[in-house]
Design a protein. Structure first.
Lengths: 291, 256, 364
């Protein structure tokens, strides 16, 4: 029973890792770069929702605040791509890694300057509501988290698999020049994907905030989400979610049955094991270069 | 004497038989060409010899030694050098450094000696440089010695790659489409160099080539392949006259 | 522009093509040696700090700049070096034994990590090093008997041949010690780059497939490069421990890893000089910010209430460099020098970057 309880909490946590990981994967799918600021985008999204929704701030209704925050973050991420990231178009992956690490610090500074560094709580309609079935307590926020994540993953997966823009984005990541030549507006598609990933990050941030207080440093959760994306294989959306769930579930179980420090290491140990055995992740997309 | 013996060589990628039961021998001092339409498996044969791929079946012998089980980096040390179809040079180094990298199999110093730059390292460097200068002179690359690869024209890069293979000091050199993308004049230079490699350096040359004028001019024997299977083996004129080869090139019922 | 008439291959093999550049290095070294007599203790300590960062930067440069292995976890090697050195000294080993051993231990650890990581590249390797970093950080907390756990430990004071090299008691000596280490490592690094080993690093960075065709064992080369890289970083870590004096795991945070990456990218990837320029920048900027802050207070603007301003300014500098000068400070300097050398023949488009398109790195 206790194990089941841990697993449900872990699944909900894992969903949040998975959502942040989805952001990594989207950007990786479209430009083969990794956005190290994804965790900080999640943080910023959560703070914007908090700023719009909390009664001592703007005091908008929760749903309105969340939707507005998503739209704002879409705009901010889209703008960041247009103004900053686009400048290094065509440079090696490494440049984007460094650039986005720096962007993450800037986001953190901005959030810290506006909302301070003391933890704040987002007011949500489902705070503290629990359901009890057969000795297990399931909080409403866990259920919402799991549900929203599943819907978003399916939606994003369909977006990349079926829509013209989604397919164009994938084409652009394989070979920018070739994509250009066949008429894919590579730059515009990239901006759009960044915008979308900002919106997804906001959802992740809000869901995270329903489960506890937030401060500008929660973006560091991005590192764990990163491990999730890597376990899944960086190029696969369902893989990202599965990676997130694996980490989410293992963490509390390790915390229960193993010494504390080992539990903290567990996501990374799993990731290293996956990387060593399957260097491209579980859903690998790496192929041999033809010579 | 037989330098390279290939027996029943096959590799399957999934269900695709990229190379299927190819056998041939290359004699010492011979210039041997493999021809065939695109996708016939010519480059795959090269990749099998240089151990980029592991064959599904068959074996490769060099100087009588079975090399099928060796690792890719152990091939150069035996005296087998190769070039690549789509130039694989070290773009951010100079021509001289690229050629010096070809001398890797001849180094006897370890990294500690290198870091301390003992007199032994300097002596070896001088020797590497002397050998590389011979290659530079042979291929007339003097003007490009200190130039970065990234800024060089295609034709020059192609020659630098041949140079890097020669710097290994090989017994057998595998040239993967040495004339592709070159002008008529550059192709003529390549033809002279190939002949000189045999005459002056005593090399055996195995090449994959599309340019039939180059093949006719330099090669002693030709193997034609299509769909991974051997079609004909013999003198250039003889192979080209072979009905199966003509069918393969014209695309009517290949390998029938 | 200087034209050197060569009559043998030796000038090409030498570290310096002509006496002119040899003299420049000698003067620089002389100034550095004389520094304790020229500046006060505060700046001397900063200079020692800069030297330590240069050392760590050179360590990372071997991996990132010369073998193309991006590491986000080099702070872990700083930590291993620092703790190994302190532990060995506490166990009674003299500094001249513990210090090289600390480098060796860190180097072996790095090489061991690199062997399984060798199949990974690019982003995946970067992430794996990040994971290793987190694991090492937790290990530091667990291994309390050696590391002092969360509480931290005091780095033992350095004395050998009866001389004190304590950072507080004998700062000049400590500075000279750092200088000697940095000078030796720089010399070794420069030697490495002109030798077959260094060339094999570059070969592995630029094309694995043709490196193999030339007989280079890619796995071993990458492990060696990563081992050397972490070894040198370990040496820097040991010195950093002595420099800070009392430290715990927080000295080697993820931000230190990122600062190190900053050092090599801002300095100029692939150039030894870049590590020094980057280290100078990263130690000087906080000082400049502090001075600016004091001056702003006198005109009525108080920024002391804004935490994280340093990091913010660093980040902006970094963004600027990545966008406008990806070759770093050293790359910019080379351009300026060329401009003067060929004056007035420089053209605006001479250094224009070629438009490049990212090709997939999924194909290897």
């Amino acid at each position: 029973m206790e194990l089941l309880q841990l697993i449900i909490g872990g699944l909900a946590n894992g969903c949040i890792y998975g959502l942040v990981a989805l952001g990594f994967v989207m950007i990786y799918k479209s430009s083969e770069g990794v956005n190290f600021a994804q965790g900080d985008m999640m943080m910023l999204g959560a703070f914007i929702a908090l700023g719009l929704g909390n009664s001592d701030q703007m005091g908008l209704p929760f749903a309105v605040a969340v939707v507005l925050a998503m739209i704002l973050m879409f705009g901010i991420s889209w703008g960041v791509e247009r103004v900053v990231v686009r400048q290094i178009f065509g440079q090696p992956q490494f440049a984007l890694v460094i650039l986005t690490i720096a962007l993450g610090f800037i986001f953190r500074f901005v959030a810290g300057s506006i909302w301070g560094y003391t933890p704040l709580v987002l007011e949500t309609p489902f705070a503290g509501q629990n359901m009890r079935t057969g000795g297990i307590v399931i909080s409403l926020s866990d259920l919402v988290t799991i549900g929203v994540t599943l819907v978003l993953t399916v939606a994003l997966w369909s977006f990349f698999a079926f829509t013209r823009i989604g397919l164009a984005a994938q084409a652009a990541s394989q070979n920018q020049m070739a994509a250009y030549i066949v008429g894919v507006p590579v730059m515009r598609v990239n901006s759009l994907i960044w915008g979308l990933s900002g919106a997804v990050a906001t959802v992740a941030g809000v869901l995270y905030a329903t489960r506890g207080a937030i401060d500008p440093n929660i973006g560091l959760l991005g590192i764990k989400a990163f491990a999730a994306a890597v376990i899944g294989g960086l190029g696969s959306l369902p893989g990202a979610l599965i990676g997130g769930l694996v980490i989410g579930v293992i963490e509390p179980i390790a915390g229960r049955y193993a010494p504390g420090e080992l539990a903290k290491m567990s996501p990374y140990i799993i990731m290293l094991i996956v990387l060593v055995t399957r260097p491209g992740g579980l859903f690998s997309q790496i192929h041999m270069k033809k010579v | 004497m037989k330098l390279l013996e290939i027996q029943d060589l096959s590799i399957h990628f999934g269900g695709v038989k990229a190379v299927d039961g190819v056998s041939f021998e290359v004699n010492e001092g011979e210039i041997f060409a493999i021809i065939g339409p695109n996708g016939a498996g010519k480059s795959t044969i090269f990749n099998l010899i240089s151990r980029v791929y592991t064959p599904t079946k068959g074996n490769i012998r060099f100087e009588g030694q079975d090399i099928t089980g060796l690792k890719a980096h152990q091939i150069a040390g035996l005296g087998i050098a190769r070039t690549f179809q789509n130039i694989e040079l070290f773009d951010h180094s100079t021509v001289l450094d690229n050629l010096l990298m070809g001398r890797h199999t001849h180094r006897t110093t370890n990294f500690v000696e290198d870091i301390l730059f003992l007199p032994k390292v300097r002596r070896e460097e001088r020797e590497h440089r002397r050998r590389v200068e011979q290659v530079i002179e042979f291929l007339e690359l003097e003007a490009y010695r200190k130039k970065m690869i990234a800024g060089l024209p295609y034709g020059v890069r192609k020659v630098v790659e041949i140079g890097r293979a020669l710097a290994i000091g090989p017994k057998l050199i595998l040239l993967d489409e040495p004339a592709s993308g070159l002008s008529v004049e550059e192709t003529r230079d390549v033809a002279f160099w190939i002949e000189d490699m045999r005459r002056d350096m005593g090399l055996t040359v195995l090449m994959v080539e599309h340019d039939m004028s180059l093949v006719n001019q330099v090669s002693d024997r030709v193997l034609a392949v299509a769909n991974g299977r051997p079609l004909a083996l013999g003198e250039p004129a003889e192979v080209q006259a072979h009905p199966d080869v003509q069918a393969a090139y014209l695309g009517t019922g290949a390998a029938a | 522009m200087r034209v050197v008439f060569k009559t043998s291959y030796d000038p090409d093999i030498d570290l310096h093509e002509h006496g002119h550049s040899r003299a420049k290095i000698a003067i620089l070294l002389a100034v550095m040696v004389a520094l304790p007599f020229l500046v006060n203790d505060y700046y001397l300590a900063e200079a020692a700090n800069t030297l330590i960062w240069s050392l760590a930067g050179m360590g990372l440069m071997v991996a990132v700049g010369h073998t193309g292995q991006v590491s986000l976890g080099h702070a872990a090697f700083l930590a291993i070096g620092a703790y190994a050195d302190s532990a060995l000294m506490s166990a009674g080993a003299p500094f001249w034994v513990s210090f090289p051993l600390a480098g060796l231990i860190t180097g072996i650890f790095g090489a061991l990590i690199a062997i399984p990581a060798v199949r990974m590249s690019g982003i995946y390797l970067a992430i794996a090093t990040l994971a290793v970093f987190v694991i090492v950080e937790e290990l530091v907390i667990i291994l309390e008997p050696i590391t002092g756990g969360v509480g931290g430990i005091m780095a033992p004071s350095i004395t050998f041949f009866g001389l004190s090299f304590d950072r507080y008691g004998a700062l000049e000596n400590f500075y000279w010690l750092c200088l000697a280490v940095v000078a030796l490592v720089t010399w070794g690094y420069a030697n490495l780059l002109r030798s077959p080993t260094g060339r094999s690093f570059l070969a592995v960075r630029d094309s694995e497939v043709s490196a193999r065709a030339l007989g280079i064992n890619v796995t071993r080369t990458r492990a060696l490069a990563f081992g050397l890289s972490s070894g040198v970083t370990g040496l820097a870590g040991a010195l950093m421990g002595h420099y800070i004096g009392f430290f715990n795991y927080e000295l080697f945070s993820i931000f230190v890893s990122i600062n190190l990456l900053l050092v090599v990218t801002i300095g100029g990837l692939g150039f030894i000089q870049g590590a020094f320029l980057g280290a100078f920048l990263i130690t000087a900027v906080p000082q400049i910010i502090a001075i600016m802050r004091d001056n702003l207070v006198s005109v009525g603007i108080d920024l002391s209430g804004v935490p994280g301003l340093d990091t913010m300014i660093f980040s902006l500098i970094l963004v600027g460099f990545i966008i406008y000068e990806p070759t770093g400070l050293y790359g910019r300097w080379l351009k300026i020098r060329t401009w003067f050398e060929i004056f007035p023949l420089a053209r605006r488009d001479m250094f224009r970057r070629q438009k490049s398109y990212l090709k997939t790195e999924r194909m290897r």
